[in-house]
Design a protein around this ligand. Structure first.
Ligand code: SF4
Length: 1011
């Protein structure tokens, strides 16, 4: 009998069920002696999940007498194999930290200190604040007279750390209040991933999963330092490298990722599209693409309409007055039946592949090298190494994180990698795809549950004033395909939207009242309610109060001097947090007189991860349950309980006193108390009446077995169709599953199909039908993901159960796209169907050699007296600044700065600069320097290093410096946030700010005040 390490520890007495070891035929004496000495003896062991990066390492938590006494990696978790990085290893000290918030704290307007209050007092006052503001400012109609039923003067920010169950009840509450200024951390970390990946392949998620990286023949890491920031990812990249894969790190600075890669290529921040555009040209010119895949599965053969053009940096359809494109100019040409015209010979000049060839013909080695600062030899080396995977038996993966997303071209950075993967046939195959290494652990799940203004849970656009009835809304967002071979999965949208409304409003949602559609707030078409605009409107006194849970925007949002001033203007603020941070205590920041800050602050102490149960979803879409391992510290409570209590108290006030448009609140089917398991069932969805599916009859209240069974007639509920199938009558809560069983075929590619559950429908590798030829035979039989055998699919859950494309009833593999093909030409994004190189909003260049268009022509520009941009090539700010995280601190650092070992390892703000720049500036290693931009200054310790080198850009020496973004003034001697100097410029698709490239100057400090 084999015993896993975890099982062994349990057997030693840490677990509740201590079996006799003699039953296993093991000599007990040495192990019993060892057990007696174990610090975990007699402790209760439970499984939790690290609350930091999206690797979501499972941990074993041991609690004794109500206190967490030990945390260690769970060896059964396939991604980590029991490993933890420095942050995960600090979980015990973070949970037990004396810095934890353990009591509700109140700060009265103008007060100079916090006062302790009880929960009841706080909740009552919060509910009244929300109701009063809502009654005062609720807007039934917009300026055009359309019904909008919304509340603009209150915001919600944050909560990417909460469980899926907490997110679901939070989203329902926010919509019930009518709040439209509703955003969370995905906006500022990975918001471009969804529109970029969805435009390429149909879904906005990481295509494969972490352990699949071990199957790659080439890994190209760009915009990520995953060895430090997603450390368990690197376990699999190392495995690939040991098996012979080439691992390339393209990044502005040398890091541990570079050190463990086959080689490192430095690049000027903000020029990734130039480099990748050069690779597209290389692949096309040298015919390195996988032709069978390109012709059959991508839209390479589609004919682009005659209105399309690209001239000197601008795509057709630009409306200068509006500053946007009319995407109608990018439509495909269709025949009389409505089918897109195709030329499978790829000869037609308006075939996508030929339009693409023409577009990237400008991306020659000389130009790319002069803009990126990458030598021509290095460019060629990367192009050759990665394009070698354009063969049926090879696979290459891209790995990226915030180094790609946080740009004014964030979406198109990712799209560029999507184009390459389609050309090389690296989609749906083991070891291929695009690994979006998301930020916080549940930013995937909370994005799925849409804590973002523009979506309802499950990726349905938030209704706008343009669609006054449910019928109009569904017609606008439900695509039709004339091609019988296209599954066009979004034709099912009405079923998912109606099931969502039935979840929210229960029996009050009927066909006659459009299932409560009028109770959902409507945005104004084209209006932006995201972070940058929330703070701009707050700064301009248009927002009065808000809710901020698990977020530190006064540290982590760019141009933080403005953000902090905007925060000062609020009348009231409710914050849920684990520790004090720059946002909770903004009213007492250095240089400010608290007596002049009028904000009434309610600070609610939050339970930490191991003190609550629920599910979170890692970047690979694994939906996993974490258990409550100990009681919340002090009087802290989980956020789900807080949300539910706030909603119920506001509802009670409306039921008692009436008020503005109470129906969305009083008619809501909302839990009375928070129970994660019960909400998990609601998320999956239930039948509202007796229904028979596949010969089995389900009663009202029983779980819907999967999203194919959801209906648009009101007979089903589901708070999120993507998660429907994860909690069934037959198998229960599948997020709790920890079965490591594999077939030999699955074991070959590190597929763990029974560990936890993955959306959609437990599929582990998305688009896996593209890993086989049109007859269902795997392109690479040694690493087969699925195979059509004896009339059925074997392997992973196929992405669409229909037969292979060449067979009777066969369908195209990209089932989420209306035309069934992946999209090289993507007509749906705001800034063009192909990625194009534009300079960052602040650039050291005075011309863009690729076109006359310097910047992304439709980037989001915020205008206020505090939003200033340096001129192109501004001599006052000649240095490019890029930002990054550290292994020891997570995101804003507001949690990890409270871990003594973590703070000791990385104690204060620093700036990495080259020896050449240091010499030019008269700065020595360890000197404190001032870093200055047009928006502010901050202090940092100089780290003079060979990890950063000067670039030669268009013949001139250009310096680049790098700073971490995890420090803040609430920890003495830490220094303050880098965001005092960064810019409020947004990508046009998602408004993610351009953190990763702005212009600064650096000089030696004459007086040190912050470090
Ligand atoms: S931070 Fe990420 S890699 Fe480190 S222990 Fe936590 S989940 Fe694992």
């Amino acid at each position: 009998m084999s015993v896993s390490r975890r099982g062994f520890i349990k057997l030693l007495g840490a677990g509740t069920a201590a079996l006799g070891l003699s039953r296993l035929g093991i000599d007990l004496s040495p192990t019993q002696a060892y057990a007696a000495g174990l610090k975990i003896e007699g402790a209760k062991e439970s499984i939790s999940i690290c609350p930091f990066c999206s690797c979501c390492c499972n941990v074993l938590v041991h609690a004794k007498d109500g206190k967490i006494i030990n945390v260690e990696g769970d060896p059964d978790y396939p991604v980590s194999g029991g490993g933890l990085c420095a942050k995960g290893a600090s979980l015990k000290s973070l949970h037990n930290s004396p810095e934890r918030l353990t009591k509700p704290l109140y700060r009265a307007p103008g007060a100079t200190k916090w006062v302790e209050k009880d929960w009841d007092w706080m909740m009552e006052r919060i509910a009244k604040r929300i109701k009063n503001q809502r009654d005062r400012d609720f807007k039934a109609k917009n300026a055009s007279g359309a019904v909008v039923n919304r509340l603009e003067s209150v915001f919600h920010l944050g909560s990417s750390q909460v469980s899926n169950e907490e997110a679901a009840v939070l989203h329902q509450m926010i919509r019930a209040f009518g709040i439209v200024h509703f955003d969370h951390q995905a906006r500022i970390c990975h918001s471009p991933s969804v529109p970029a990946l969805a435009e390429c392949f149909g879904r906005g998620a990481m295509t494969n999963h972490y352990s699949d990286l071990g199957n790659s023949d080439a890994v190209l890491i760009m915009g990520s330092n995953c060895a430090e920031h997603h450390p368990m990812t690197f376990r699999w990249i190392n495995m690939a490298k040991e098996k012979g894969a080439v691992v390339v790190h393209v990044d502005p600075k040398f890091s541990r990722t570079s050190a463990r890669s086959s080689y490192h290529v430095p690049i000027r921040s903000g020029t990734d599209i130039a480099m990748l555009g050069g690779m597209i040209k290389y692949i096309l010119d040298n015919k390195k693409y996988f032709e069978e895949f390109v012709v059959n599965y991508t839209n390479a053969s589609f004919l682009v309409g005659e209105k399309y053009s690209f001239k000197d940096g601008m795509f057709a359809g630009f409306d200068a007055a509006k500053g946007t494109y009319d995407k109608g100019a990018w439509a495909f040409e269709k025949d009389e039946k409505g089918l897109v015209k195709r030329d499978r010979t790829l000869k037609h000049p308006r075939c996508v592949i030929n339009v693409m060839r023409e577009h990237y013909s400008r991306y020659d080695l000389d130009k790319v090298s002069s803009v990126t600062g990458v030598s021509k030899a290095d460019l060629l080396r990367v192009y050759e190494d990665f394009s070698a995977t354009g063969k049926p038996n090879k696979a290459g993966a891209f790995v990226y994180a915030l180094g790609w997303t946080q740009h004014s071209v964030g979406v198109q950075n990712i799209r560029a990698s999507g184009l390459i993967q389609q050309l090389l046939g690296n989609v749906g195959v083991a070891g291929g795809g695009i690994a979006a290494l998301r930020g916080e652990p549940n930013v995937q799940g909370t994005t799925d549950h849409a804590l973002l203004y523009g979506y309802l849970p499950g990726y349905h656009s938030t209704p706008t004033a343009k669609y006054q009835s449910l019928g109009e809304y569904l017609k606008a967002y439900t695509p039709k395909s004339a091609d019988p071979m296209s599954v066009n999965w979004w034709q099912n949208r009405p079923k998912y939207v109606v099931s969502l409304l039935k979840s929210w409003y229960g029996d009050n949602a009927t066909k006659d009242n459009d299932f409560g559609y009028s109770w959902v707030p409507k945005m104004d078409p084209g209006e932006d309610y995201s972070h940058l605009y929330i703070f701009d409107r707050m700064y301009k006194d248009q927002i009065k109060g808000g809710l901020c849970f698990g977020h530190n925007p006064c540290q982590s949002v760019p141009n933080s001097n403005k953000v902090r001033k905007a925060w000062d203007k609020l009348d009231w603020l409710v914050i849920g947090e684990v520790f004090h941070n720059e946002t909770t205590d903004n009213w007492r920041r250095p240089g400010v007189d608290p007596k002049k800050i009028k904000t009434e602050v309610f600070l609610l102490p939050s339970a930490y991860r191991a003190e609550k149960a629920g599910t979170i979803s890692n970047s690979g879409r694994w939906h996993m349950w974490h258990y409550k391992c100990a009681e919340p510290l002090g009087k802290s409570r989980n956020m789900g309980e807080m949300f539910v209590e706030i909603m119920n108290r506001v509802r009670d006030l409306y039921l008692k006193d009436g008020g503005a448009f109470p129906e969305p609140i009083t008619k809501a089917d909302y839990p009375k108390t928070f129970d994660a398991e019960a909400v998990a069932k609601r998320i999956n969805g239930v039948f509202t009446r007796e229904t028979t599916v596949g010969g089995k009859t389900y009663q009202r209240g029983q779980c819907v077995p999967g999203f194919p069974n959801l209906k648009d007639d009101g007979s089903t509920t589901s708070m999120n169709w993507l998660y429907c199938g994860g909690f069934t009558e037959e198998a229960g809560n599948l997020a709790k599953r920890r079965d490591l069983a594999q077939t030999p075929m699955q074991a070959k590619i590190h597929l763990f199909p029974k560990f936890a559950w993955a959306w959609p429908m437990d599929r582990r590798i998305l688009y896996n039908r593209a890993s086989v030829d049109v007859n269902g035979k795997p392109y690479n039989p040694d690493k087969a993901v699925i195979e059509w055998k004896d009339g059925k699919w074997v392997g992973d859950v196929p992405d669409g159960g229909q037969p292979p494309m060449a067979m009777k009833d066969g369908v195209y593999p990209f089932i989420m796209h209306t035309e069934g093909h992946s999209q090289l030409f993507g007509p749906g994004r705001e800034d063009g169907p192909f990625p194009e190189h534009y300079e960052p909003a602040e650039t050291p260049l005075t011309v863009n050699p690729f076109s006359a268009q310097m910047h992304n022509p439709v980037m989001k520009v915020i205008k206020s007296d505090m939003d200033k941009l340096a001129e192109h090539g501004d001599p006052r700010f000649p240095i490019v600044l890029t930002t990054y995280s550290l292994t020891e601190h997570w995101c804003s650092g507001s949690e990890t700065r409270n871990g003594p070992a973590l703070l000791e390892a990385e104690p204060q703000q620093y700036i990495e600069m080259s020896h050449e720049l240091a010499k030019e500036k008269g700065v020595k290693n360890g000197d404190v320097v001032i870093v200055e931009s047009l928006r502010g200054k901050t202090q940092a310790v100089a780290m003079v290093t060979v990890r950063v080198k000067p670039f030669t850009i268009m013949g001139k020496t250009t310096h680049l410096v790098g700073m971490p973004f995890c420090f803040g003034w609430t920890k003495p001697k830490c220094g303050d946030t880098t965001n005092r100097v960064t810019v409020s410029i947004g990508d046009p698709n998602t408004s993610i700010p351009e953190y990763k490239a702005c212009l600064v100057n650096v000089y030696k400090a004459t007086k040190v005040t912050e470090l």
